[in-house]
Ligand binder design. Structure first.
Ligand code: SF4
Ligand code: SF4
Length: 158
């Protein structure tokens, strides 16, 4: 066997998915966590016309292992940017991990994980969904890897 040949992934023939308009179910998850890359943090700070430090203080909290994540709404425990119209207040500047959903590494570990993701996301296998090819899936998996690594205080220079 050629050791350099990449192993075939179970999704290599593509997976059926289209994001449904006015759904927002993936944002409407109490206790949901969105990990942030440094690029996300700078983009969101600029979007709000705040310095990185000011924005972090206002809109971020930390995961149990010290990675910065978005704050949740105190009452509903969902993302602070998810509004009452079920839309994202920062849609054009949203974190990469939000754009990468449902192509998160944890959702694609195996077919069972993908089946579980379906319980959150009605766009997966929807009758009108398109087949998303492996190149696109792999692109988002890589994006998710960077986001999931997250940012800790040691990586910030203030
Ligand atoms: S749950 Fe799925 S279909 Fe609904 S908004 Fe999120 S990605 Fe789109
Ligand atoms: S930032 Fe926007 S897209 Fe991401 S979880 Fe919050 S509301 Fe949803």
């Amino acid at each position: 066997m050629n050791p350099f040949k990449k192993r075939r992934k179970w999704w290599d023939s593509g997976l059926k998915f289209s994001c449904l308009p006015d759904c927002g179910k993936c944002c409407n998850e109490p206790e949901g966590i969105v990990y942030l890359s440094l690029k996300d943090m700078s983009r969101l700070a600029s979007y709000h016309n705040l310095s990185l430090n000011e924005w972090i203080k206002r809109d971020c909290r930390k995961s149990s292992d010290g990675r910065y994540i978005l704050k949740s709404n105190q009452e509903k425990k969902i993302c602070i940017y998810f509004n009452d119209d079920l839309n994202c207040d920062v849609y054009d500047s949203k974190p990469d991990q939000c754009s990468a959903f449902p192509w998160w590494n944890e959702n694609l570990v195996d077919k069972n994980s993908w089946e579980k993701t379906k319980e959150i996301c009605p766009g997966i296998d929807h009758p009108k969904a398109l087949i998303i090819n492996k190149k696109t899936i792999n692109f988002w998996i890589e994006v998710d890897k960077v986001s999931e690594k997250g940012v800790k205080d040691s990586e910030l220079s203030f």
